[in-house]
Structure formats: structure tokens, C-alpha cells
Design a protein around this ligand. Structure first.
Ligand code: GDP
Ligand code: CA
Length: 323
């Protein structure tokens, strides 16, 4: 498919933080901004130092605005940590790394939320200020905190992920109050009007599952996929049995499932029309196709902005084929 044909494609992408932001950035480089909606996990959100922090939303927005730190994938480039040092001098918590400029964002978001604005309103306005033109939408304006069941008890997500550095063994997850949460404005309409839904290479357990658990989202994807109207394509975050970053492979293993591209494809199962796996995992393609989905085997590692754009182009061309 020539790249000019991408101008007609409307896409909704589901994303967590770093892996999700990378592919979302590739999609943003190819699609018209009005044709891309990125629906972002907010299960990681928490209140810390009295501030409302939305790590995955911020990673996606910093990435799309060009403000992200390329070395870490999260936080801002050229960041300083004077405020955090000062908190540490006073004996306060420093385990969650917050840069000075990043803190400014959290202060302003917290102020607006306390005034009664919703998270999606605040996010939309920040994106406008930063010149981010695709729609970046939280999965919900309601709080749906992820809890991790571990051999050391049930831990709030950031306590497990950052403070305990994913060391405890996981046995399951809980998305608190999700049954009472509503999709944020724009989420269901983006899924219903999309020609293609892309599940980015984010952590299936704690980045994508919380999004799918919000009432109405999984069923919209199911309808899209089964009607053939808009294929749902996932990109594997697992390459050669490992993650590029983060605990997804460790989580699969601790839950008794061998981590692999096939395991990710099975995890999403009948939701998917197609699956993109890395060339190093090509031998798994037949087994994945036997689950009832098409496959695309390619280089899925996004080291550079050019890689993001190339992979996004391949995903779009694959998804846009008649299914
Ligand atoms: P987090 O919220 O920051 O943990 O980020 P996500 O859940 O969005 O992404 C984490 C996942 O992204 C991990 O499982 C990584 O393996 C995956 N990931 C990161 N970079 C890449 C990449 O370049 N290619 C692929 N295929 N996966 C990636
Ligand atoms: Ca995250």
C-alpha cells in the first residue's frame, strides 16, 4: 500500500507507556492527525506527594510532542532533579523519579483536576499547548487503579513496579472499581469509526488489559474484529521470549505461561484479526495462524524514530489488506 493511501485510514491505537508510545509515534508520523486516536492506560495512575500522576499518558504525550527522554523512554529530556533532591534531604520519598519540569506538569494537572476538570479535558488541553495533534485519550476519566497480587501480598501498581522494582512474584491483577468506570469521551466513538484498531506492543497484563476491562471497550473491539469492518491487529511486546523493557515476560512466566509471541497472541485470542511478531520468532507464525488470525513477520524492534515509522507503516499496510 503506498503511504499516500494512509491519508484515508482512521486508526484507534491502544497503548501503555514506553512500548505503546513508540508505535503511536510511528503511527502519528504516517496518519493525518485527525485520523489517529491513542487510547491510553490509566491503571498506573496514582497520587504521590499529593499530586495526580498519570505515567502512561505522560509517556505518550511526551513522546508525541518530542519532549521525551530518548534514553529512558519516559520522563523529559534535559531534566533536572533539584526538587526531588530537596525532598530527599527532608527525608521524603524519592523512589518515584520525578524531574523538575515533570513536576510542573503534575502540579498543573492536579490544580485543574481539583477545579473539576476531567482527566481527558486536561490531557486534551496539554496536547494542544504542546502541539500534539492526534487525539490522546485516557481509557477512562474514572479512577481504575491496578493492584498486583504477589507472594508478598497485594500491592498498588507503582509500589510493585517502581518501589519494589517488579521483584515480588505475581499471581494476578485487579483493576479496582473498573466495573463502575466509563470509557472517557471519544473512546468508543474512535473505536467504532476506526478502519483499523492497533494494540501497541505494550504489556498485555498491566497496560492493555486495564483498557480492555473498561466496560464497553472489549465488546467494541470484538464487534469490530468479528464483523470484519475494522480489523484488530496486535504487535507483540515479547521478542525471543523476552521483553525489550519491563516485566511482561516475567509476569507470563510467574503466571505459569511460557513467555512468547504465541503466548501474547493466545492472551488476546479471538479479539484479534491479525498479529505482528518479530522475525526472530518466525517459527511461531503457523501456531499463531492456527488460532484464527493472520500474521505479519517483521523486525519489530524500534530503536530509532525511523524504526517506529517503518513498523507503523508495515502494521497499517497489513491491517488495511482485506481480511
Ligand atoms: P510501560 O507502561 O512504560 O511499561 O510501557 P508499555 O506497557 O507500553 O510497554 C512495555 C512493553 O513494551 C514491554 O513489554 C516491551 O517489551 C515492549 N517494547 C518496548 N519497546 C519495544 C519495541 O521496540 N518493540 C517491541 N515489539 N516491543 C517493545
Ligand atoms: Ca505503564
Amino acid at each position: 500500500m503506498p503511504e499516500s493511501d494512509f491519508d484515508k485510514l482512521k486508526v484507534a491505537a491502544l497503548a501503555g507507556g514506553v512500548g505503546g508510545a513508540r508505535l503511536a509515534d510511528g503511527l502519528a508520523r504516517l496518519l493525518l492527525p485527525e485520523n489517529l486516536t491513542v487510547i491510553v492506560n490509566t491503571g498506573d495512575d496514582f497520587i504521590h506527594l499529593g499530586l495526580n500522576i498519570s505515567p502512561d499518558l505522560d509517556t505518550v504525550c511526551y513522546t508525541l510532542s518530542g519532549l521525551a527522554n530518548p534514553a529512558t523512554g519516559w520522563g523529559r529530556s534535559g531534566e533536572t532533579f533539584s526538587a526531588l533532591e530537596s525532598i530527599g534531604e527532608l527525608g521524603g520519598p524519592t523512589w518515584f523519579r520525578l524531574g523538575d519540569r515533570d513536576l510542573g506538569l503534575h502540579l498543573e494537572r492536579t490544580r485543574r483536576l481539583r477545579q473539576g476538570q476531567t482527566l481527558s479535558q486536561v490531557t486534551r488541553d496539554f496536547c494542544r499547548q504542546w502541539g500534539v495533534r492526534p487525539a490522546v485519550v485516557p481509557m477512562s476519566d474514572d479512577s481504575v487503579p491496578t493492584w498486583v497480587y504477589t507472594d508478598e501480598g497485594e500491592l498498588p501498581f507503582q509500589e510493585y513496579f517502581v518501589h519494589r522494582m517488579c521483584r515480588p512474584r505475581v499471581s494476578g491483577f485487579r483493576f479496582a472499581e473498573v466495573e463502575h468506570a466509563a470509557p472517557a469521551p471519544g473512546v468508543l466513538s474512535a473505536l467504532q469509526s476506526a478502519h483499523l484498531v492497533v494494540i501497541c506492543p505494550s504489556n498485555p497484563w498491566v497496560s492493555v488489559d486495564p483498557i480492555l476491562a473498561v466496560p464497553g471497550i472489549r465488546s467494541s473491539l470484538q464487534i469490530a474484529s468479528h464483523s470484519g469492518k475494522s480489523p484488530v491487529i496486535a504487535v507483540s511486546p515479547i521478542i525471543a521470549g523476552q521483553t525489550v523493557k519491563g516485566p511482561a515476560a516475567k509476569m507470563f512466566a510467574e503466571l505459569g505461561i511460557e513467555p512468547s509471541a504465541l503466548a501474547v497472541a493466545r492472551h488476546y485470542g479471538s479479539l484479534l484479526s491479525g498479529f505482528v511478531l518479530d522475525q526472530t520468532d518466525a517459527s511461531q507464525a503457523d501456531a499463531i495462524e492456527s488460532l484464527g488470525m493472520r500474521t505479519l513477520v517483521t523486525d519489530t524492534l524500534m530503536r530509532t524514530p525511523d524504526d517506529r515509522r517503518r513498523l507503523a507503516g508495515e502494521v497499517l499496510a497489513f491491517g488495511a489488506q482485506a481480511f
